[in-house]
Design a protein around this ligand. Sequence first.
Ligand code: ADP
Ligand code: MG
Ligand code: ZN
Length: 504
Amino acid sequence: MTAQAAESRELAAVIGLEVHVQLETETKIFCGCSTEPTEEPNTHTCPVCLGLPGALPVVNEGAVEAAVKVGKAIDADVPEETTFHRKNYYYPDLPKNFQITQYDAPICRDGELEFAVESQRRAVSIRRAHLEEDPGSIKHVREGTGPLESRTCSIDRADYTLIDYNRAGTPLMEIVTEPDFRDPGEVRAFLEKLEEVLEYLGVFDATRDGSLRIDANLSMVDADEVGEDGHIEESVLEDANRTEVKNISSHKGAEQALAFEASRQRKLIQSGRAVEQETRHFNETHGNTVSMRSKEEEKDYRYFREADIPPLEVADWKETIDIPELPDARRERFVAEYDLSEEAAAKLTSTKQVADFFESVAERFDADLAATWVADNLLGELNYRDMEITDVDDRFDEVTRLVELVAEDEITAKNARETVLREMLDEGEDPDTVVEREGLGKTSGDAVQRAVEEAIEENPDAVEDYHSGEDGALNFLVGQVMQKTGGSADPGDVNGLLREELAE
Ligand code: ADP
Ligand code: MG
Ligand code: ZN
């Protein structure tokens, strides 16, 4: 092709992901060591996860259960029987010199995940999702006197390297998509949805360091190879030279790395050069990708069956394991059952904890009031303080008491929101204490009556104006009463009382 022809080629990006997620289990996948994060290196280890000779792995049922839940959530096939394989390679973070993973009989196949991009529904096929163990973690360090964390660096600048096997054997699920993504923005939306679903299932903790790691594959094809429905022929996908970007640990990172990679490949092709099939490293600081090594092939790993783990019969696990209602279904139900707007329903189903909290509040009060209090007031104030709903889970009774004070008209909504709720969050006080201390209880009965009488007595001019039909005189008197009651009387009630008094 001439350089000119190359330049004018219209190109389209093709993206497929391999997402590693850490499954939340108490113990590791093949031994009883704790998965609890700890500062102290090499304390959560045993002969199995250190790969000592003669130690035998035993599969953690909890990890398999979590994987089956994921399978159900993405509507995947779970086979009768699933098996484990050894993936052989040498690296110091891998004490056995092989990783136990799955190969030709993964626990999940042929799933799908739906998500929304700019309010358009999209679905991406999930080719497979399998269980495997995490290796240990490595830290490259420079000599020096400062704290260790300040001396970690890249391998080429390091004086020595530390290895921590606490992470070795943590259960991972690798979720492999079909190359169905057509742009980096879609990838970000997909990852957000995936995390949301995993958190709903209770098998994943997004706040845990390194709990999500992404390898992103990207190639460029001629734009006219992409069908109207986005379909691309298998042979075209196979022929396209692709790169795999490793070391991505955030949604934003994935979008950035892929945008960089798409433009890098586009430039190469348009200047008549070829894209090398290779593994690249994402540099988060610079937002670029750099060549790491030529892409390894499957045969490099000499996969063979893990003879120490018998095949696992999972035929009826899918039937017996329950999963909670997932975010999409719950959002739709909220709209139908509570008559909420799409926007409010989306906010209230953003995490399972928020949705549960809302439903508990809605059990006791009108759904509209519950939605306003949870979606707008509570989430708003929490968000402002960088707090989560889980931070007030154990204060559910206090929050409902506050809503009750409003529902029963004992305090104004404004005071509840702007004073009581804020004091509750900032000072850790209960609502009644704040109401008492700040004198926010709505002034009613005698006290208002007295204030009305005083206002009339003290303002004869306004009373005269009122009787001579002057607009504004009544409002002035209402204002006087409100002032006397510190704003805690109900303006409507005051208005009525004044009319009554003045009519006499
Ligand atoms: P490998 O055996 O080289 O790891 P796989 O066929 O297992 O390749 O695919 C690995 C990942 O690469 C999958 O996420 C898949 O969606 C993605 N992929 C496959 N073909 C392409 C392509 N042409 N462009 C981008 N990604 C692709
Ligand atoms: Mg692969
Ligand atoms: Zn162990």
